[in-house]
Design a protein around this ligand. Structure first.
Ligand SMILES: Nc1ncnc2c1ncn2[C@@H]1O[C@H](COP(=O)(O)OP(=O)(O)OP(=O)(O)O)[C@@H](O)[C@H]1O
Ligand code: SF4
Ligand SMILES: [Mg+2]
Length: 326
């Protein structure tokens, strides 16, 4: 099996930092959204449940999940830009200090930056050159040109309004902003979506370049193969919760070494691993839902799986899995 012909190009050695020197720590993060069912009964939908993450400087963590699993809401929760009808709970620390809502607001767009999934987030009336320039501490034309060159945009593109750029080019503009800024943590939400293979690989190189500048990268994607090209760790997300967190070096050993039935199914759905189709729906859970979220699809499910919710447990080599029988 060779799923990564150019893996050596993309791989890097993670910087050796002190244990517990985390840039961001997230514990027990949850988000519930209040909405009304037929008959106007209010229900609280649990869109993120018991989410954990730690990330160090220079590290790339991929959050891999299907459409509707809650990935963008997770980014919103970390940034403090969740919908008005959402309640976010949990413990977040940034550089070892509590990350309160006030602190999130202070850091947003400065130390913590988003490369958004939607490409309409730029100011439509301002040339992109000016928008990137606003992130430079020292407004230097040569430096600005160098940044545009690094992200693969030419001088003509610099002078354009966002509406004249393709989705892929707009994402490069966001990467340019991240390069120009003092950002320490970058959340890239589906940055390769809709790009052809070459453009997607360019974007992955950009993320890796940002990581090499000691920035922590949370790379949100539905694409396992893209994640495996650059991520140090893969967090597999299903129905608003992490079901498995695996170091890349363990993940690429293959399906038999993966622990959670959902992660295994994703692996065997890859064309090079058998192409076994697998499209489970994302169950809609309320805060009172019981049992394992994956129970309806799981070949290993037992009675207890319908009654109790499994915790995320640490296994060999620091990987984590949320399953009673893994
Ligand atoms: N403002 C909102 N109010 C109510 N429900 C919402 C809101 N935003 C998202 N949701 C619901 O929350 C769930 C997760 O949405 P989210 O956009 O985070 O998914 P995603 O994993 O990013 O999907 P995709 O891969 O398609 O981008 C979905 O069921 C979605 O319909
Ligand atoms: S806890 Fe049970 S239902 Fe859930 S993944 Fe494990 S075996 Fe399957
Ligand atoms: Mg999304």
């Amino acid at each position: 099996m060779n799923i990564l012909p150019d893996a050596n190009f993309f791989q890097k050695t993670m910087p050796q930092t002190e244990k517990n020197e985390y840039l961001l720590e997230v514990e027990h993060l949850s988000m519930t959204i209040e909405r009304y069912e037929k008959g106007l009964n209010p229900i609280r939908q649990a869109v993120i449940r018991d989410f954990h993450l730690t990330i160090r400087k220079g590290e790339i963590i991929a959050i891999v999940g299907a459409s509707g699993s809650g990935k963008s809401l997770l980014a919103d929760a970390i940034l403090g830009i969740q919908p008005k009808n959402a309640v976010v709970e949990g413990v977040l620390k940034y550089n070892n200090e509590p990350l309160s809502d006030k602190k999130k607001k202070e850091l947003r767009g400065k130390e913590i930056m988003l490369i958004p999934q939607l490409t309409n987030a730029l100011d439509p009336l301002m040339k992109v050159e000016k928008q990137v320039k606003s992130f430079l501490k020292i407004k230097n034309k040569r430096k600005l040109e160098e940044i545009f060159f690094q992200v693969g945009l030419d001088k003509k593109a610099m002078k354009q309004l966002p509406a004249n750029l393709s989705g892929g080019m707009v994402r490069r503009v966001f990467a340019a902003m991240a390069l120009a800024s003092d950002a320490k943590l970058i959340i890239a939400d589906e940055p390769t979506n809709g790009l052809d293979e070459e453009a997607a690989n360019d974007m992955l190189r950009l993320l890796k370049m940002l990581a090499e500048q000691e920035k922590g990268i949370i790379f949100i994607t539905h694409d396992i193969e893209a994640a495996l090209k650059i991520a140090d760790k893969i967090a597999v997300f299903y129905a608003g919760e992490t079901v498995e967190i695996v170091a890349r070096k363990h993940f690429i050993r293959g399906g038999a070494h993966l622990r959670h039935p959902y992660t295994k199914a994703l692996w065997y759905a890859l064309p090079q691993n058998g192409f076994q189709p697998f499209y489970p729906f994302q169950p809609s859970t309320t805060e009172n839902s019981r049992g394992c979220q994956f129970v309806e699809h799981c070949p290993k499910a037992k009675t207890v799986c319908k009654e109790r919710h499994p915790d995320l447990k640490t296994i060999h080599g620091g990987d984590k899995v949320r399953c009673f029988y893994a």
